[in-house]
Design a binder for this molecule. Structure first.
Ligand SMILES: Cc1cc2nc3c(=O)[nH]c(=O)nc-3n(C[C@H](O)[C@H](O)[C@H](O)COP(=O)(O)O)c2cc1C
Length: 461
């Protein structure tokens, strides 16, 4: 079934494999994408994925996170993005732009800024975001945030993209409003499950109005929050403790999905967990060294950031490593069973995400009707030609992704690529692969051509 075409809202997908969002340092400091963004995306399209879902593109430039990640908060960002969209579409590959707002999970900033603390409620969360305290948004700030989603959605359509996805997952701002441990509001945006949905509902209504009824519009939704993973230090405690410990379960998320269907959303993209990164969203190993690197790089930003870095540097690794690894496990097709519940009970097309790589498992998931499309990130970063290999009959690539999870953390500081040394014969080989991903920019190629022609001219003299 992998190679059976599929369509959503009349939009054809040539096979069932979608490249999931992969964010990285592919923009200038102001958030305008560089040509590395285009070249990065193009490589997946050339290698036969049916569609690409972009990195989460920030709707608010004040919370571009991390720095040098793409932003869509102004019309000046449309043109360069439109060029990237076109470059992908020439390979009969659909391009869906995902937009989002990280809210209080903002990872880095030039300076400590009040905007980076904005969330559903005021609380202390040890693991996510650099701000010591997340702060509740005012009614006016909520309205501005919704407006920013709407304006970014309009821009998405103007880029010529095939569709738009809003992330209500990953522990980002919308997810912060949905999650009962994070949303402690007592106004119309918090309290009951209906009220926690209100922020997302207003975003969906605004976005739909901006992009029109004929434009593909999906939502990335977490099937269950698992607040206790990776580390639930959200203080003060929230009662009932069951909600604080687990967050939303499948039951509440099915309720949200039903409402989304009524609001006219076209598909659901299902993953699991709360926060980036978390063991349910990125099943595999805990990247302790990469987390240390990240904490060390940002410790100047706040007291909490400094404290985290002191802790990870002083606790001996033989104690820290087993503790930090609690809950981290490589679980294949981690959200496939939940995806089936959404597909069966809501009746919208479903993309399943997380822990796919083996062709047999992808085939089984599709055959069993658990999902219509399968999204992959890390395995495609490790083997960009994975779909071609499947076509040639392979079940797994010869050098598969190990789900070591170094890439999603390391690339907040460094270029995109695979950072697992066990997959490479030498450090030079690993470096060359990273350069191939991220530095294959038009500027570099032009520079190379220029250097070649200068060398020829010198040789002629
Ligand atoms: C380097 C990297 C960057 C990512 N960036 C984003 C992102 O910008 N937005 C998002 O929603 N998910 C992001 N993800 C999560 C992936 O889209 C995907 O959900 C996750 O890696 C699990 O899928 P996999 O098992 O196929 O890797 C990223 C993952 C990686 C590895």
């Amino acid at each position: 079934m992998i190679f059976e075409p599929f369509s959503i809202k009349g939009l054809p997908f040539k096979n069932r494999i979608v490249r999931s969002s992969i964010g990285g340092k592919t923009a200038h400091w102001d958030g305008t994408i560089t040509s590395a963004f285009k070249n990065f995306e193009k490589r997946f399209a050339e290698n036969e994925v049916a569609a690409i879902i972009s990195a989460t593109i920030a709707v608010d430039e004040k919370r571009a996170s991390p720095l040098q990640y793409p932003v869509l908060s102004h019309d000046r960002f449309i043109k360069p993005l439109a060029e990237a969209v076109k470059a992908v579409q020439q390979y009969d590959c659909r391009y869906i732009i995902q937009i989002g707002d990280v809210g209080g999970h903002t990872q880095t900033s030039l300076f400590n800024e009040a905007e980076d603390a904005k969330s559903a409620s005021t609380l202390f969360d040890f693991f996510f975001g650099y701000k010591t305290l997340h702060r509740a948004m005012s009614q006016e700030e909520i309205e501005i945030a919704i407006e920013k989603f709407g304006e970014a959605a309009r821009r998405v359509r103007e880029t010529g993209a095939d569709g738009l996805e809003v992330t209500a997952s990953k522990g980002y701002l919308i997810h912060q409003f949905l999650n009962p441990a994070v949303n402690r509001r007592t106004d119309q945006y918090g309290g009951s499950v209906e009220k926690r949905f209100r922020f997302l509902e207003e975003v969906v209504r605004t976005v739909r109005q901006k992009v029109g009824d004929d434009f593909l519009f999906g939502i990335r939704l977490s099937a269950a929050d698992y607040n206790y993973l990776p580390l639930n230090i959200r203080l003060p405690l929230r009662f009932p403790l069951r909600q604080w410990y687990f967050g939303n379960t499948l039951k509440e998320n099915l309720y949200y999905a039903q409402k989304l269907k009524t609001l006219g959303v076209d598909y659901l993209h299902i993953d699991k967990g709360f926060g980036f990164i978390n063991p349910k969203g990125n099943p595999g190993a805990f990247p302790l060294h990469e987390i240390k690197l990240y904490y060390n790089g940002n410790r100047h930003l706040s007291f909490k950031a400094w404290m985290r870095s002191v802790l990870v540097n002083t606790i001996p690794e033989f104690i820290l490593s087993p503790l930090a690894n609690i809950g981290w496990k490589d679980i294949p097709a981690i959200s496939a069973d939940e995806a089936r519940r959404f597909r069966d009970e809501i009746g919208l097309p479903v993309i399943a995400n997380g822990g796919f790589q083996d062709r047999r498992l992808i085939e089984e998931t599709l055959q069993a009707g658990k999902a219509d499309l399968i999204a992959m990130a890390r395995p495609l970063l490790a083997n960009v030609n994975l779909v071609r290999l499947f076509k040639q009959g392979a079940f797994l690539p010869p050098n598969p992704c190990t789900h070591c999870n170094r890439c999603p953390v390391r690339t907040a500081n460094f270029p995109l690529g695979c950072y697992d040394p066990s997959r490479f014969a030498s450090q030079e080989e690993m470096e060359a692969q990273i350069l191939e991903w991220s530095a294959a920019s038009d500027e570099r190629l032009a520079y190379q051509e220029n250097a070649n022609s200068m060398a020829e001219q010198l040789a002629d003299k």
